[in-house]
Write a new protein. Structure first.
Length: 398
C-alpha cells in the first residue's frame, strides 16, 4: 500500500515538474528595445571560469539586441585557459564594442585577465593596477605548477602576439608577458602601447572612450558614451549557482569524491554511494567546464533525476534514489532557466519561487514518508508481540 502511494507521489511530482518546464520553454523570447544611450558594465572578479563565460554570454545577448557597448571590469588572478579562449571568441564575434577595464585602483588582471584585456576592442586600466604574468600553470590539490613545455609556451605566445597585432598593440610586450612573466602598471602599459586609456573611474572612462570608432564583427562602431547611463549587469540565479560550482577547488573536490563514491558504490551491494557519486561527478564536470554547454549539462542532470525517480517507483527502498532525483531536477532546473523572459518580473519571481519550493516541499514530504517506512519496519509485528506476552484464558480453548 505504501509503495503504491510512493508511485502516485513520484508520478505527480514528475508531471508537475515537466509541465512547468514545458510552460517556461515557450516563454524564453524577449522583446528588446534599442537603447544606445547606455553602457552595460559586466564585472569579472575572481577566477576566470565557465561561470565567466556564461555571464558574458548573457550580457552580450542583451547588449547586441540593444546595440549597447559593454565595459568589462577585470579584477582577476587568472583562471581556466579553455574558459579564457571561449571569452575571447565571444568578444571577437560580438557586434558591439567590448571595452576591457582593469578596475578599481589596486586591481590586477594577471594571466587570463591579460589575455582577455588584449583581446578587447578598447583596453583601459585604472591607476595603480597591474597586468602580466601570463605563463600557464597546472592546478591541483597541492597547488599550482608552471608549465615549461616549449610547445605550449610557443603556441600561447603566438596566440597572444596575434591578439596584440589585431588591435595595433605592442607585440613585443605581449610576447614578454608569457616568456618572462612581465608585469606592467597602468602608466607603463599606456606608454608601451599595450592599452589605449588610463582612467581614474567609470565616469572618466566614459569621457575618454567617447567618439572612438572600433571594428566589431558586424563592422565599424562609434562609441557614444559621454552622456550614457551605466547599467550594471547583475548575475542571474543560474550564474550564481555556476559561480559556486566553478570554483576550482570545489569542482575538483566534487569530481574526485564523486569518482570514488561511484567506484565504491558499484563495487558494493545496495544503492546510494553510486547515485551520489554520479551526481557529484556530473556537477564537477560542469564546474570545470568539461561540459561546455551548461544548458546541456543541466538537461543531463534533469534526465538523470527523472530516471532516478522512475527507478524509485518500481524499486522498494528508503528513498535515497528518489531524494537524489529530486535534487538533480532542482539543480538542473535552476541551471537551465534563461535570464530573459517575455513575461513580467513579478510572474518570473513567482516562477523562480515555484521551481524551488515545489521540489523542496515534495522532498520534505518524501523524507517524512521514508521516515515512517523505516519506523514501521523497525516496529515489532503485532502477532509477535501477542505471543511473547502473558495472557489469561477466560474460556475453554478447543
Amino acid at each position: 500500500m505504501l509503495h503504491e502511494k510512493q508511485k502516485t507521489f513520484f508520478l505527480f511530482f514528475l508531471t508537475l515538474t515537466f509541465s512547468l518546464l514545458l510552460v517556461t520553454s515557450c516563454l524564453t523570447a524577449k522583446c528588446y528595445s534599442e537603447n544606445s544611450n547606455r553602457l552595460v558594465v559586466v564585472n569579472f572578479e575572481g577566477t576566470v571560469s565557465q561561470m565567466s563565460v556564461e555571464l558574458l554570454k548573457e550580457a552580450l545577448t542583451y547588449a547586441e539586441k540593444t546595440k549597447t557597448p559593454i565595459i568589462l571590469l577585470l579584477n582577476t588572478p587568472g583562471g581556466s585557459l579553455d574558459s579564457t579562449f571561449e571569452i575571447i571568441k565571444l568578444i571577437e564575434r560580438s557586434s558591439v564594442p567590448v571595452v576591457g577595464y582593469v578596475y578599481p585602483s589596486g586591481a590586477t588582471a594577471w594571466s587570463a585577465g591579460t589575455y582577455i584585456l588584449l583581446s578587447t576592442h578598447v583596453a583601459a586600466m585604472a591607476p595603480h593596477t597591474i597586468i602580466g604574468s601570463c605563463q600557464p600553470v597546472t592546478l591541483s590539490f597541492t597547488g599550482s605548477q608552471p608549465i615549461n613545455d616549449t610547445k605550449t609556451i610557443n603556441a600561447l605566445t603566438a596566440f597572444l602576439v596575434e591578439k596584440a597585432k589585431m588591435h595595433n598593440r605592442n607585440e613585443a610586450v605581449a610576447k614578454l608577458f608569457i616568456k618572462e612573466n612581465l608585469n606592467l602598471d597602468a602608466e607603463e602599459a599606456k606608454r608601451l602601447n599595450v592599452v589605449e586609456v588610463v582612467a581614474d573611474s567609470l565616469e572618466d572612462l566614459k569621457a575618454k572612450i567617447d567618439g572612438l570608432t572600433v571594428q566589431t564583427a558586424s563592422g565599424s562602431f562609434t562609441i557614444k558614451s559621454r552622456n550614457a547611463k551605466i547599467f550594471e549587469w547583475s548575475p542571474s540565479l543560474r550564474i550564481a549557482i555556476l559561480k559556486i560550482l566553478s570554483e576550482p577547488m570545489i569542482a575538483l573536490f566534487m569530481l574526485t569524491v564523486g569518482l570514488y563514491l561511484l567506484i565504491f558504490g558499484l563495487a558494493s551491494p545496495g544503492v546510494g554511494g553510486e547515485v551520489v557519486g554520479g551526481i557529484l561527478l556530473l556537477l564537477g564536470l560542469i564546474g570545470l567546464g568539461m561540459i561546455k554547454n551548461v544548458s546541456f549539462g543541466a538537461l543531463i542532470l534533469m534526465a538523470v533525476g527523472a530516471i532516478l525517480l522512475l527507478y524509485e517507483l518500481f524499486t522498494p527502498g528508503f528513498g535515497i534514489v528518489g531524494g537524489s532525483g529530486i535534487i538533480c531536477i532542482l539543480v538542473g532546473s535552476l541551471l537551465l532557466f534563461p535570464r530573459e523572459w517575455v513575461i513580467s518580473k513579478d510572474w518570473l519571481t513567482t516562477l523562480y519561487l515555484t521551481s524551488i519550493v515545489v521540489p523542496l516541499v515534495f522532498g520534505g514530504i518524501f523524507i517524512f514518508a521514508a521516515y515512517k517506512v523505516v519506523k514501521a519496519r523497525r516496529k515489532l509485528p503485532f502477532f509477535k508481540r501477542m505471543f511473547e506476552g502473558e495472557a489469561e484464558v477466560i474460556e475453554e480453548i478447543t
